[in-house]
Ligand binder design. Sequence first.
Ligand code: GLU
Length: 487
Amino acid sequence: MSKIRTRYAPSPTGKMHVGNLRSALYEFLIAKHDGGDFMLRIEDTDQERFVEGAIEIIYRTMEKTGLIHDEGPNKDGGYGPYVQSERMKTGIYMKYARELVEKGEAYYCFCDKERLAALKSEVVEGKEITVYDKHCLSLTKEEVEEKLAAGVPYVIRQNNPTEGTTTFHDELYGDITVPNSELDDMILIKSDGYPTYNFANVVDDHTMNITHVVRGNEYLSSSPKYVRLYEAFGWEVPTYVHLPLITDENHKKLSKRSGHASFEDLIEQGFVTEAVVNYIALLGWSPEENREIFSLKELTEQFDYHRISKSPAVFDIVKLKWMNGEYLKAMDFDAFYEMAEPYIKAVVHKDYDFKKIAALIKTRIEIFPDIAEHIDFFEQVPNYDIAMYAHKKMKTTPESSLEVLRELLPLLEAQEDYSNDALYQLLTDYVAKKECKNGYAMWPVRTAVSGKQMTPGGATEIMEIIGKEESIARVQAAIEKLESELL
Ligand code: GLU
């Protein structure tokens, strides 16, 4: 069998949508699993949808996610140009369109907007479809020559039969047969001379030697027309893999409105690239073993496209958050710190050791923006209810806490070493003497220095970070608060 060649063929229309990234990822994995080539082709023939800067986003995203292409606009592999507008300048699309005209498989159409607008339309599956009535097919060769010479604007249309059926094969959907009467004479070359996607994808995939075409299933219904083009040229039809729809939590097509539809959105929201790639790999594909965490390298080893599902994949942000948390836990500390630091600095302005704060939260957050709620007390103790001092299991009450804090205050003032270990020793010595449980002292101290029910790290870890002066000030303030409310 020949070497697998896949292509990612984005249209530069803006951000990189989750669906686009999944196509790129699956195409990359299918090729790389088999030692094949992965190509990047820019599909910019729809000039109206072109967005400035979109190509740079594509390059950046692919590099960041590790989907490194073997060939593309910036990496010649002998099949270039790799940008459709540049391919157009070589005359390739026109040449092949004319070949089809010669064969009777396509024809020039000079119908103007008014005539097209007056054509009968039909509603098929809720969509209004206008099928071209082959009006211009009846023009004689001379009439066509005359109009072309006179500069009448034209398009070139595919000439599909109106009887019989067309069958094509998709690796996931199996054989699909459609009546030819449903195949519209779609436009191959537009009046501005650009090819349509419908034509360019066939010409390019063939001339660039693509073996596997992997794309969203919105292209499934047009595929019979593409297959007819391959057959008209006498070209081998590539292997088709149409991917299932991605929906949001409400089972609606994932769209910009859901707020996390693009790779950029997710990164901006504080997700890490590797987790996003891992999660997206599972949007439609599942491995043989019951496992969810995969590096790109592991995905490459395991990816078998026959295990892609046909049912829609739900983009579940809760699951992605969980997965992101797993990546943060496993991440090297320095890398974690580099990413966490801005989030810590945004909340804590005091001169604390941010690395120690980062170490406390590393295993406790799912995404970076979670950091704020975990560490806000380092900046300032929030206003809390003294009922928080009552803890059933620790057998503490606001009264017992006041007593403990009053007894501990002079010890804390006398203490020089504010390391976690030394403070822990101080507190355990205290509870040993008092003959009570650890929690009986730890709980009130932690509440006093944090004002929170839950904190990353215990009392002594917090005190180590905020230091002697601040610890004493917070304990004093807690004593005053308890006194004013209890006495
Ligand atoms: N340019 C098309 C898109 O961005 C590519 C579809 C395909 O992969 O053939 O949707």
